[in-house]
Every structure is written in C-alpha cells, then in structure tokens.
Design a protein around this ligand. Structure first.
Ligand code: MRU
Length: 384
C-alpha cells in the first residue's frame, strides 16, 4: 500500500502529490509553516490526510524546540504558542472539517492538562506530540473498519439480485494518499477486492485537479485492483449501460453536516443525481472526524474557491519522456481571457444519499427521510 505520510519521532515526510503519478518524491516537513504550505499548495490533500499532516507538522516543530531546549519556561506561554500555531494551521484550507476538528480536540486536551497542578511546559508539549502521533494510527484503524462496514453494506444491498460480485464507481481520491492509509471510499473498494467480490472499480478523472486520474488510478494500478478510468462526463453513460452494471457509487467527504448533507469534491453532487435516476446506491464513506454536528446543513459549509489556472491549465510530463527524470510541463487548455468558476467542492443533499459509512457502522435515513448522525457518537470510546 502507498504511504503518503511517513513519521518517526519528530521526523515528518510527505509524498509530494503535485508530482504524482510521475515522480514519487518525499519532502521534509519540519514546522507548522511547512505543513501549512504543503496543505495550501495541495502537496498533501484529502480531508483526513491534511488534518494529520497539520498536527504532525506542529508536533515536529515542538519536538525540535524541545530537543534544542528552546521551549518557553512558562506554561501559559507554551500553551499560547501551540494554540496560535493551531489557529494558523486551520486557515490553510476551509472546507474539510477534519483539520479544525483535530485542532479543537488537541486544544481541549491542552487546556484541560494545563489546568492540572504541577504541569510543566515540557509535559504540555509531550502531551501534544503523543496525541498528534496517535491520530496517525487511529485513522488507519478507522479506515479499515470503514472499508469492512461499507463492503458488507454493499454486498447486503447490491447482491440481492443474485449477482455474486459487485462493481463500484468512485470519485476523487479517497485512498492511502488522502488518509493515513487504506482509505475511506477507496478502502471500501479495497475491502471488496480482498473479499474477492469486486467485479470492477471505475474511477472518474475528477476535473479540474484530476485527483482521480492522477492519484486514484495510480493507487488502483499500484495495488492491482481491477479498474477503469472514465472522464467525469462519462458517468451517466456508464450507469446506463446494463453490461457494466454499476451497483454502487461510493465517495469520500470533506464535511458531513448534522442533517447528512455532504461536502465533497466538485462533481459528487452530479453523481448522486445520476445514481438516483438510475436506481444505483449512493454512499458516503467518512470517519467520524469528518462528521460535523455543529454544522446544521450543507448551506452552512464554506466552499473553497480555487485558482482559475486549475481549470485553464494542465500539468504533466511530455509524452514519451522517461518518468524517472521528468520535468513537469504546464499546458494551457482554455481560451485566454475566459472567466473561470472553480469551486473545489459541492454539496450533495442528504436526500440523495443512501448511507453514510463510518468506522462505527453505516447510518441510514429513518422512515421520514432523516439521518440521525448523533447515534454514531453514542457508543464512542474516548478519542485521542
Ligand atoms: O481538494 P482535495 O483533493 O483535498 O479534495 C479531496 C476530496 O474531496 C476527497 O474526496 C475527500 O477529502 C475525502 S478524502 C478521504
């Protein structure tokens, strides 16, 4: 399995996703500022991955300050230093809630620890570093559970027709590169494949940033999962084709509101409309860290607008050049002067979603068509 995030005792490296799938190069992240830029520039992307990289970037910086004996003496000063850097990291990208969720949880942990008698700056920093490091392992375990839960749900619902196996369409990248490993929606596909019930996976190109053709396709090929790439505009024809027989569309999420409305990569909403028209199940796979009970509905979610150049240009190596030593070239593909609208995400209304797959189970709507997301949090053991 690919590894987007490598971390060992204050040493953080991330796979530079701007160069994938042509060059596999890890870059060093030493400070919160390095982490902020890596997230903003999309060297790392995907809701869970950006949260983990942000926290580990700060953990690495604190590790260095600690080793160099440069931490402030006063506990309040150290706490302020960490909180300021957390606030800064949260400004890197607005839509995925995992980042602010992680920052809020670590802030609460520090605040409660700082209130205990005898706690030192060193203790506070060690607590932060331990909690940030735990997030990496926890996310991987959660993804494996999501994969299992989603695969079971799809098999239970999609093979009622008697077919022994299933085909699934996915959008954007939700695999090892977008998480600490295994993936969410791609984890469901991975789990179906490991159960030997995946007939075929289809992935969209995911314009304009091409996370599907660059990252998901790369992961599917890397992991020998039977898969086919389509352009986003081919999805309707694919669902309409009885010889293909797509059983379910599974996507990830950047933020799921309390009513189930889901922000995910632009194009997700269109796929949900198509799924409903064709009677195909539409599922969102996301860890609980992506579910935001404080956001009532999709209309409260801030959608990140990105640069026009993502639509008007494409990047890649010249065809035929050996991928070991490639130079990525930028090609203009749109008429100069045209206006561009480039929202990075859209909102899929809960009404179009059949199930939300999490590490603690799959939530479905009740008879009145409402999701009850709070049930997912009821049996939770304390989180890092
Ligand atoms: O803009 P990106 O590449 O960060 O967007 C990623 C997505 O929308 C993913 O589908 C989502 O974050 C789920 S990641 C498991």
């Amino acid at each position: 399995m690919l590894q987007a995030i490598k971390y060992n005792q204050g040493h953080l490296e991330i796979l530079d996703q701007l160069q994938l799938p042509f060059v596999e190069k890890y870059i060093l992240i030493q400070t919160a500022e390095d982490g902020w830029h890596a997230i903003k520039d999309m060297k790392v992307r995907g809701a869970p991955a950006i949260a983990i990289v942000a926290m580990l970037a700060l953990a690495s910086e604190l590790h260095s300050l600690q080793s160099a004996g440069q931490l402030p003496e006063a506990l309040t000063e150290t706490r302020e230093l960490i909180l300021k850097k957390l606030d800064y990291l949260v400004t890197s990208r607005p839509t995925a809630v995992n980042l602010s969720d992680a920052a809020r949880k670590l802030e609460a942990l520090l605040t409660s620890q700082a209130a205990l008698p005898g706690v030192t700056s060193q203790n506070l920093v060690t607590t932060f570093i331990d909690a940030a490091e735990n997030m990496l392992g926890k996310d991987l375990e959660d993804n494996q559970r999501i994969g299992h839960n989603g695969a079971e749900w799809i098999l239970a619902h999609a093979t009622q027709s008697g077919a022994p196996n299933v085909s699934v369409l996915t959008h954007c990248n939700t695999g090892s590169l977008a998480t600490s490993g295994y993936g969410t929606a791609l984890g469901v596909i991975r789990s179906l494949e490991s159960k030997k019930v995946l007939r075929h996976a289809y992935c969209t190109e995911t314009r304009p940033y091409n996370q599907g053709s660059r990252l998901t396709a790369f992961e599917l090929v890397h992991d020998n999962i039977p898969a086919t790439l389509i352009t986003d505009s081919m999805a309707a024809a694919l669902l309409a084709d009885p010889s293909v027989g797509v059983n379910a569309i599974v996507v990830g999420a950047d933020r799921v509101a309390a009513n189930g409305d889901t922000a995910n990569k632009i194009g997700t909403y269109g796929l949900a409309v198509l799924a409903r028209h064709h009677g195909v199940k539409f599922l969102v796979a996301a860890p609980l860290t992506t579910i935001d009970l404080a956001t009532k509905s999709g209309s409260d979610i801030v959608i990140e607008q990105r640069s026009a150049s993502e639509v008007t240009q494409i990047k890649g190596p010249r065809e035929g050049v050996d991928s070991g030593s490639v130079t990525l070239e930028t090609i203009r593909i749109a008429a100069p002067g045209i206006n561009v609208w480039n929202p990075a995400f859209d909102i899929t209304p809960a009404a179009l979603i059949d199930g939300i797959i999490t590490e603690v189970g799959v939530v479905e709507k009740d008879a009145t068509g409402q999701f009850h997301m709070t049930v997912l949090f009821n049996d939770l053991t304390p989180r890092a």
